[in-house]
Design a protein around this ligand. Structure first.
Ligand code: 5RP
Length: 225
């Protein structure tokens, strides 16, 4: 399996969902990088779009390629982002790159969310084995960890507590195994004081472009808005 090729095929196919004049959400990660490079080429050939970035890394890359990036926009037409795991209903684990906070805000506020991913990301049996990245405020973060573990999992601070998000917060990588009810789990984790955002994304993906070595598989989900 050529994962790089799968990522490229998926990322390049996402360009078909971008139209002249769109406001585009730029996700974060190695797959999205291919999309941003190709988007910059299209802009160089005359396409006019404005963008919102889900992380400082993405913002830096986009700006270095001449893409206009804004912090406040009234609408986002299409968001293109990656995933760490996705199931057959579009439930996802995100946050492997630590950008889940802005990624969720951008996805929620986007009319259409296109997920680009190599074939290893699809988990029809259910999501969760990757772990659930949870962004937590540093204040009383050991207590927040304890409260998360009371839900039945094991949580470890990313990079032994040395990983800080763009928002100055920590990431707890929490392992609960396969999640039987992602919607409930997302809500239960979000309820814990100290949790800033949880890397379970439900009812946000419209379309998955699953990269294969020589083509892509398009999976549409029933997102209720
Ligand atoms: C970052 C993310 C990424 O979308 C996710 O980690 C996938 O990244 P990659 O395309 O590098 O596999 O959620 O917070």
């Amino acid at each position: 399996m050529n994962t790089e090729m799968e990522k490229k095929n998926s990322a390049y196919a996402a360009l078909n969902y971008v139209k002249e004049g769109d406001v585009v959400g730029l996700g974060t990660g190695t797959t999205v990088k291919f999309f941003i490079e190709r988007l910059a080429e299209e802009i160089g050939q005359g396409l006019s779009v404005r963008c919102v970035a889900t992380s400082k890394n993405t913002e830096h890359m986009a700006k270095s390629l001449g893409i206009q990036v804004f912090d406040n926009v009234s609408k986002i037409d299409v968001d293109v982002d990656g995933a760490d795991e996705i199931d057959g209903n579009g439930n996802m684990i995100k946050g492997g790159g630590g950008a889940l906070f802005r990624e969720k805000i951008v996805a929620y506020n986007s009319r259409k969310v296109i997920i680009i991913a190599d074939s290893t990301k699809l988990h029809p049996e259910g999501i969760g084995n990757f772990g659930i990245p949870v962004e937590v405020n540093p204040f009383l973060s050991q207590n927040t960890r304890y409260n998360l573990e009371r839900l039945g999992g094991i949580c470890k601070f990313r990079d032994e507590g040395n990983f800080y998000t763009d928002n100055g917060n920590l990431i707890l990588d929490c392992h609960f195994g396969i999640i039987s009810n992602p919607v409930h789990m997302e809500q239960n984790i979000k309820m814990i004081p100290g949790v800033v955002e949880v890397g379970i994304f439900t009812n946000l993906a419209n379309t998955l472009l699953l990269g294969r070595e020589s083509n892509i598989e398009v999976v549409n989900f029933n997102r209720k808005q």
